[in-house]
Design a binder for this molecule. Structure first.
Ligand code: 4FL
Length: 267
């Protein structure tokens, strides 16, 4: 299962970006509590020239600069030395990687240590990547100015799975993707906000009905926003029966919504 603590090392040209995020809010508290640690290695400290330069023009021409292999490899080897077990995976954040998912977050949360390599400019000399990187991860099909924000996103998703990082009020598991559906809508006080009322079932204290309403809302939202997630979706027989009975008598759904739910459940 998930590691009881995890140690991250981030190799970057912009240490402040990482330090700021990792010392803020829930992640900051987790660092203070010793559940996660985050070492930041400034790749510039491994520059091989007196101007602290770490990039150069691309062979073959073209726009932008490429990060030199020397400083990246030295920084990686230094980072590996910081992890006593010496088997920390090196992850490079790049659009060429496999797209990050909750499944990958779970996989990574089983590791004791991870090293994130953040590229800048037009990227890193291929020979350094070849020598040091174990895994390529992408956040999606878009280009950023560097790998720091994706590294932080991955560390955030992994950290919240480590036991104790979230408290009961923040707990992991109920939200989107954990049951293969998108999250149901949430409400808090006031009961009436500018004339828009909280759905009455949520005030009823009837926990079975609340659960069924939430399930119905999750199904409708998933159908609307992420129909691909419903591919192969199946509800356990008893829950399916209970849900169909619940929506039949409910006045919280339009006839169209009821038909849609029936259609989703038959598919
Ligand atoms: C990394 C974009 C991962 C999306 C520029 C440097 C990137 C990225 N996922 N863009 N790294």
């Amino acid at each position: 299962m998930y590691s009881s603590k995890i140690s991250f090392t981030v190799l970057t040209l912009f240490p402040d970006m990482i330090k700021n995020c990792m010392s803020t809010s829930i992640l900051g508290r987790a660092v203070e509590n010793g559940l996660i640690s985050c070492e930041v290695v400034d790749i510039r400290d491994f520059s091989e020239n007196k101007h602290n330069r770490v990039d150069d023009y691309p062979y073959g021409g073209g726009a932008g600069m490429v990060m030199e292999p020397g400083p990246v490899v030295s920084a990686c080897e230094h980072a590996k030395g910081l992890h006593p077990d010496k088997k920390a995976k090196v992850i490079y954040l790049s659009p060429i990687g496999r797209t990050f998912t909750q499944e990958i977050a779970k996989e990574l949360a089983a590791e004791e240590s991870l090293i994130f390599l953040c590229g800048h400019y037009e990227g890193i000399d291929e020979r350094a990547l070849e020598a040091e990187v174990d895994e390529y991860i992408s956040l999606g099909d878009f280009v950023l100015t560097g790998g720091e924000l994706p590294a932080l996103a991955v560390m955030d998703a992994v950290s919240r799975l480590i036991p104790g990082v979230l408290n009961n009020d923040e707990s992991a598991g109920e939200e989107s993707f954990e049951n293969g559906l998108l999250e149901y809508p949430q409400f808090t006080r006031p009961e009436d906000f500018k004339g828009v009322k909280v759905p009455e079932v949520l005030l009823s204290g009837h926990h079975a009905n609340i659960e069924l309403w939430r399930l119905a809302m999750s199904l409708l939202r998933t159908y609307e926003h992420r129909p691909d997630m419903l591919e192969g979706f199946k509800l356990e027989k008893l829950r399916r029966r209970a849900l169909l009975k619940y929506i039949k008598d409910s006045n919280l759904f339009s006839e169209d919504e009821k038909d849609l739910i029936r259609k989703i459940l038959d598919a």
